[in-house]
Design a protein. Structure first.
Length: 217
């Protein structure tokens, strides 16, 4: 067992964990625990997030909600729901995830089973410290189309292409937003208040939409 702790995250890594043990731990610890699990073919990482990890997650969630609202797109927020597939021997609890393109297929459901239901369209993953599992490989095995990833310094968009993640400059779900714009917002969040940041972002989105609308006429 390996335990690493930093001001941002505490990680505990267990090896030779069977799928049955992984599922038993999920049942026994319940959904209200403060830690998040990532399982990759027998390796289980248990991560407990701290402030440096959680604050960016909340900021990203607000950006997503603003984009969806201003674009008139319905979404379903799935939070850190456990995403797993037995056949792939992989599972993960993202910082947060969303149904966007597949929202109609999930609306009204009270439980989620990736053996039968489509996966979320977008997941957000924050790793301020290095993870001991291949999270890109896990998300790929779960067929998550788009991934936003932040390591405390760098922010990136990834798109799933033929089973592999490739970096992209624009979001797939929200094409009007670029990776450079989100990176700039992250930097601004270090010097201005959260409400001012959100207000500024909403204004920018509205201005973009007005410009795009004017180009159609």
């Amino acid at each position: 067992m390996l335990v690493k702790s930093t001001p941002a995250e505490q990680r505990t890594v267990l090896h030779n964990v069977s799928w049955e043990t992984f599922e038993a731990l999920l049942r026994d610890t319940g959904e209200d625990r403060g830690s998040r699990f990532a399982y990759d073919c027998g390796v289980l990482e248990i991560m407990t997030p701290h402030f440096e990890h959680e604050n960016p997650k909340i900021q990203f969630d607000r950006f997503i909600l603003v984009l969806a609202e201003e674009l008139g797109i319905e979404i379903i927020s799935a939070g850190s729901t456990t995403l797993k597939r037995r056949i792939a021997k992989r599972g993960i609890e993202p910082d947060t995830c969303y149904y966007i393109q597949n929202e109609p297929a999930i609306r009204g459901k009270e439980t989620l089973d990736l053996e039968n239901d489509p996966p979320p369209d977008l997941a957000i993953e924050i790793d301020i410290t290095s993870s001991s599992v291949n999270k890109l490989g896990i998300y790929s095995a779960l067929s998550i189309t788009e991934l936003w990833r932040y390591d405390g310094q760098n922010f990136k968009f990834y798109q799933l292409v033929e089973g592999q993640y490739v970096e992209c400059k624009f979001s797939i779900a929200f094409p009007i937003v670029s990776v450079s714009e989100i990176s700039r917002l992250i930097e601004q969040s270090k010097s201005i208040g959260e409400i001012d940041l959100l207000r500024s972002f909403r204004t920018n989105v509205r201005e973009k939409l007005k410009f795009l609308a004017s180009c159609l006429y």
